[in-house]
Design a binder for this molecule. Structure first.
Ligand code: ADP
Ligand code: ADP
Length: 222
């Protein structure tokens, strides 16, 4: 069963003078439980594809169906709620809030839910334990290594128990040892049932996933 189905997705960015076709007629299905790698040269549309798949951006043409829901028919509020419940995001540059400590960063997504303070604390503490950061919950992002920051970001992405984790170059800012550790964490989360789609430049990491799709110039290639 497909958990995500992108059908005929085209994305055109239009600014005053320039028109950029970032994606052209892309079809892509993501199956429940898989760990999919997305590869291709810089500028080929990988981030655009991931942002559209994650409902952070809308396609110019085409459909994105997630868990049998036609997402283009949702209004903004319904889409935000759906995204918050179904999807977690991890980026290359972590995107942590520097003025908040680790625990508060991880609790952030729960502020949008009907969730008591005590529940928030318990969920965040347990997911931080899962990523191996129980001993750093009072630290601030500036006091952590890159690998630890990415663990915090992964914990924040997972705290609402999404079915899908979307990761854009999650190891791109890390040295190979820390990158390998983050990859091990992602693989074990996938074995526990989270469907993962990861953009990466690293063939060695991609080989550890269940399937690789490649893009070139806005299209899928074989
Ligand atoms: P990749 O992630 O594979 O490096 P992107 O999806 O970031 O590729 O970009 C695909 C193409 O779309 C590039 O040519 C890029 O310059 C263009 N692009 C991406 N985001 C924007 C934007 N917000 N406005 C205009 N052009 C964009
Ligand atoms: P990444 O981790 O993919 O290198 P960032 O963490 O800097 O990228 O940004 C997160 C997302 O925001 C990216 O997927 C990218 O497509 C989008 N983005 C970043 N900068 C811009 C920009 N100047 N205009 C439009 N979109 C952007």
């Amino acid at each position: 069963m497909e958990l995500i189905s992108m059908q005929g997705v085209t994305k055109i960015y239009r600014t005053k003078e320039i028109e950029t076709v970032a994606l052209e007629g892309v079809n892509l299905d993501v199956h429940e439980g898989e760990f999919l790698s997305v590869m291709g040269p810089s500028g080929c549309g990988k981030s655009t594809m991931l942002n559209i798949m994650g409902l952070l951006d809308v396609p110019t043409e085409g459909k994105v169906i997630i868990s049998e829901q036609q997402t283009q028919q949702m209004n903004d509020g319904a889409m935000a709620e759906f995204r918050n419940r179904m999807l977690g995001f991890v980026f290359q540059s972590f995107h942590l809030v520097h003025s908040l400590n680790v625990l508060d960063n991880v609790e952030l997504p729960l502020l949008y839910r009907k969730c008591s303070e005590k529940e928030r604390r318990e969920l965040a503490t347990s997911v931080l334990e899962r990523v191996g950061l129980s001993h750093r919950i009072k630290h601030y992002p500036s006091q952590l290594s890159g690998g630890q920051c990415q663990r915090v970001a992964i914990a924040r992405a997972l705290v609402g128990a999404p079915r899908i984790l979307l990761a854009d170059e999650p190891t791109g800012n890390l040295d190979s040892k820390m990158g390998g550790e983050i990859m091990d964490l992602l693989c074990s989360l996938n074995r526990e049932g989270t469907t993962i789609v990861m953009v990466t430049h690293d063939e060695h990491l991609a080989k550890q996933t269940s399937r690789i799709v490649r893009f070139f110039d806005g299209r899928r290639v074989q």
